[in-house]
Design a protein around this ligand. Sequence first.
Ligand code: KG4
Ligand code: ZN
Length: 334
Amino acid sequence: MTADRILGIETSCDETAAAVVRQGTDVMSSVVSSQIEIHQRYGGVVPEVASRAHVESIMPVIAQSIVEAGIEDHEVDAIAATHGPGLVGALLVGVSAAKAMSLVWDVPFIGMNHLESHLYAAFLEEPDLEMPLVVLLVSGGHTMLIVMEDHLRYRVLGSTLDDAAGEAFDKVARFMDLGYPGGPVVDRLAIDGDPTAIRFPRAMANDGWDFSFSGLKTAVVNHVRKHPDADVNDVAASFQEAVADVLVGKARRAAQEVGAKGLCLAGGVAANSRLREKTLDVCVEDGYRAFLPSRAMCTDNAAMVAAAAWWRLQADGPSPLDIGANPSLRLPVS
Ligand code: KG4
Ligand code: ZN
């Protein structure tokens, strides 16, 4: 089954988002209502607060996405919503809205995997991406090294054994009282810091495909405790350098091993300046393409949900209306 215009809905964490995408690539609208300010005072996402904020924003955000797309309700051909992984109460808001609207408008409903949606962010801006692709999926909840063999066909080479990369950014920033979310703040501070000032550990850098970031986080905490006057910019830059080194080092090896046509970044941490710079350098040196989605497409949004749904609908047809939210949904592997 195919659908021309898909309304995507994303509520897995702290962004309420809706978008209309045509043919899996043409973004007609993409609305993201961030809850960051609400959660900032708690230093992280509070699940119950997130669910309530989604309930308040979901219908206005959907309405805005349809108005901005310049279409009428009846011109939506299918509705896709993230049903996992994520916070269960938050996911339920998007899934319930999507199911209700699919019944009212009599269009197919597609339950989407958040991780798969992140992989499709790159295709929104580069529809002709050649595969196999090595994708580094780095977000607040996940750190995965994936080979995308073809559309909807993935192989997971490795993932984090403890903290996700984004979680490490958030925890380090929280310890240093820099605010939430930590990634963008550390990224900003690092601009004025020296990445070689402190040699933080690069755990498992040459050891298999998995990652580990909890030791690095502890090393930063210990360093700051021992050197309370350490320059914050230097700590930020040195920490960021260690994360980027490990991530790009492994992705580069993976690309060589599978003969990838390119290296692609996905997920919130893919917005990181140093990670993007290093990925580009490696791709230029090794002679394959780098695909860096725009920063807005790296962090949670609904355009990527609608893009991935376009492929899923063709392959699997609509989802049954009795599927629920699944907080620990895994990436479907081939
Ligand atoms: O993909 P995302 O928006 O939500 C999840 O699915 O987790 O990722 C959010 C994560 C947070 O941990 C945030 O600190 C991190 O992405 N992040 C960054 C940057 N922007 C967002 N990390 C490093 N550098 C950034 N510029
Ligand atoms: Zn995400």
